[in-house]
Ligand binder design. Structure first.
Ligand code: ZN
Length: 689
């Protein structure tokens, strides 16, 4: 056993022993080892083969990834100042190692030679795909460009990194700088008490009387939904919709020139790589095959959803006129009127639903679904963890052999990052000493049990919480039920980005099945299962305004795809004079709700101008179509059908990134994906119109 637990790869991470001071020596060692391995590989005079190139690189990267994964995980779930320093202090060395690796032309040459060698054809699909992915990634990072272009390409990437960071900063600064001080508490009528208290405390903190309202989500959304004062809603709406724009508070926060520059640089980089536009580059590693395919997909969905969105809006107009005395619906009335309508139609409280979902019942229900459809057994087990409330489980196959393991860290607590996610602790691969089984971290931030001893009440989950657990478990199964034996395409590794949410969203469907919910609910006091009447209301509420919700996503997706393909920055010969003109055109096509003339949504659209969703925003809907359509086979063969389950396990989960997501889908479903199931699940079919 190594004295430094981060350098011990004999089994699970040794969480009880890992200390912040282990980090720097461990990563210095591992990075030095990795660099030495790469030097050996590129200097190897033998003809390149899987064994002489890919395997040693995978070995050394696996160790680095496992150790870094353990530290990153602890930093996220058991944070201390010392641990954060250890993480942040080693991050630059890790980042720079991977950056060098991605640009190592000698290694690229080795992979190219390997792909051209006779031994390549003899490799299995998974190994060939690893090499193809390597070549693709080298190419997309500019490895094939002549030296001049390479320097320009690198400069573009650097400028883009700065610009996209500024984009976010501007939005954040504009958001933080805005305040609306209200003296008269009557103006806050309708707002939940906690929002009012928060607003009063915010004013007090600045030594002021009255209330401070902001455009941060925890204040902005409740005002839009609940504030009876229409002028208050209008004022905050304008402030929120003009952030970081030409109509915003400060010219230095205006993102207009930045958007133009980002688009110009992305186009230039795409052209250097030999592509017509940025969208084409973005799609190379994705499941969608072309810009046309994505645009056709979005437009088809828009055409089918629009009548339902129009119906949603007509209902809202009638309700607002008859019940709220609003003759005309302005943009700042939509959320308010919708909330009232939703409440009138489907009033039920999340709190009431929660009483039926105690943790043990939910987990037992989840495990029952997984065990029934995939033919596995889940048993609680033991391992070193980072907190006493963390549980650990084994997954065994029919023969009783452990095939995977996972940590379940369910509760919110101090020093733990918010949200829910799945991360890999160990990836499945075959090594000289046998198969290394996959291990997952499943992390949520759910309410913990309350009280102690005999007075203890179990943790109670809202239905949304339950969906979150199922969702993350779906990612977990993708990682854990893989049968692939090589790194890079085992589990969720190497899965196309627009298909990664398929197994997770797929699992959510079970949370809407009466036959599943019946067995996973028991009222915390009476033990009664969820009443059918309550379930029916939940289903109806789920599809409330689904037409409008769909059109909103399609507006964003179409704008993103068009601004990255059809718009030519500077207006040089393109169809559109400006990014705003692209948005206006999209809205003319698909927008059902009114738009405020001052609306500058684009200027705060960080997903595509600051985040990783550029020419990828469509993925949300794309993956929903896949998951709904995959689930429809279960609707045909039986919701807990082991036959459908085995097919999904073998053709999708087991394959991971070892073949294209489309091939996996077709192998599972017997055809390409179709929209019908998604429309049906959202209540958008002719029978429901
Ligand atoms: Zn997810």
């Amino acid at each position: 056993m190594n004295a430094n637990p981060l350098l011990d790869f004999s089994g699970l991470p040794r969480f009880a022993s890992i200390r912040p001071e282990h980090a720097t020596p461990a990563f210095e060692t591992l990075i030095a080892e990795a660099r030495a391995t790469i030097e050996r590989v590129v200097a190897d005079p033998r003809a390149p083969s899987w064994e002489s190139v890919a395997e040693p690189v995978a070995d050394t990267l696996d160790r680095l990834q496992r150790a870094w994964g353990a530290l990153r995980h602890m930093n996220a779930v058991a944070n201390t100042p010392a641990l954060r320093d250890a993480h942040n202090g080693n991050l630059p060395a890790i980042t720079s190692f991977y950056a060098d690796l991605g640009q190592d032309e000698r290694l690229y040459a080795k992979y190219r030679a390997l792909a051209a060698s006779p031994s390549f054809e003899k490799l299995d699909d998974a190994r060939r795909r690893v090499i193809d992915n390597e070549l693709r990634d080298f190419k997309l990072s500019g490895a094939e460009l002549p030296d001049d272009d390479k320097a320009r390409f690198k400069a573009i990437q650097e400028e883009l990194a700065t610009l996209t960071a500024s984009f976010d900063d501007h939005v954040l600064d504009a958001t933080n700088a805005y305040a609306l001080y209200v003296d008269d508490p009557k103006r806050l009528a309708g707002l939940p008490d906690d929002v009012v208290t928060e607003a009063r405390e915010a004013a007090q903190a600045e030594g002021r009387e009255g209330y401070k309202l902001t455009v941060r989500m925890p204040c902005f959304l409740p005002v839009m939904k609940y504030a009876h004062d229409r002028t208050l809603r209008a004022e905050l709406h304008r402030a929120q919709a003009t952030r970081a724009s030409d109509l915003g508070a400060k010219p230095e926060w205006d993102n207009t020139p930045l958007i133009e520059r980002v688009l110009a640089l992305r186009l230039e980089a795409a052209k250097l790589l030999g592509y017509p536009h940025y969208a084409a580059v973005s799609l190379v590693p994705k499941m969608a095959r072309s810009t046309d395919e994505v645009l056709a997909f979005l437009r088809d969905l828009a055409e089918r959803a629009k009548p339902y969105a129009e119906r949603d809006f007509a209902e809202l107009l009638t309700f607002a006129r008859d019940r709220l005395d609003l003759a005309k619906l302005e943009p700042w009335d939509i959320a308010y009127a919708s909330e009232k309508l939703m409440n009138e139609r489907y009033a039920f409280s999340d709190e009431a639903v929660r009483q039926y979902f105690p943790e043990d019942k939910v987990l037992a229900g989840l495990f029952r679904v997984v065990e029934t459809i995939y033919g596995v057994r889940i048993r609680e087990s033991k391992a070193e963890t980072w907190h006493p409330s963390v549980r650990f489980f084994d997954i065994a196959d029919q023969a009783g052999t452990t095939v995977a393991q996972f940590y379940f860290d369910n509760y919110a607590r101090e020093h733990k990052q918010g949200g829910a996610w799945m991360d890999d602790a160990i990836n499945r691969r075959r090594t000289a000493s046998g198969v290394q089984i996959p291990v997952a971290y499943l992390t949520c931030n759910l309410p913990a049990p309350v009280g102690q001893g005999t007075k203890m009440r179990p943790a109670l989950f809202t239905h949304d919480d339950v969906i979150t657990v199922f969702h993350e478990f779906g990612h977990g199964l993708h990682h854990m039920l893989t049968q692939v034996e090589v790194l890079g395409v085992s589990g969720i590794e190497g899965v196309e980005w627009d298909a990664v949410e398929l197994p997770s969203q797929f699992m959510e469907n079970f949370c809407w099945e009466w036959d599943v919910l019946r067995h996973m609910t028991a009222h915390v006091d009476t033990g009664e299962p969820l009443p059918r009447e309550l379930f029916d209301k939940m289903i109806a509420a789920k599809n409330f305004q689904s037409g409008l919700g769909t059109m909103r996503q399609l507006e964003f997706g179409l704008f993103d795809m068009l601004v990255h393909s059809a718009y030519v920055p500077g207006g040089r010969g393109g169809r559109f004079a400006s990014p705003q003109a692209v948005l206006d055109a999209v809205r003319a096509d698909v927008r059902v709700l009114p738009v405020a003339p001052y609306d500058r949504f684009m200027h705060a659209f960080g997903h595509i101008f600051a985040g990783g969703y550029a020419a990828g925003y469509y993925s949300y809907k794309w993956a929903e179509v896949l998951s709904a359509d995959a689930y429809s086979l279960f609707e045909e063969l039986g919701v807990l059908s082991p036959e459908a389950g085995a097919r999904f396990r073998d053709e999708v989960l087991a394959r991971g990134g070892s073949r294209s997501a489309l091939d996996s889908f077709v192998a599972f479903r017997g055809r390409e994906p179709q929209l019908d199931a998604l429309l049906r699940h959202n209540g958008m079919t002719t029978s429901s119109a």
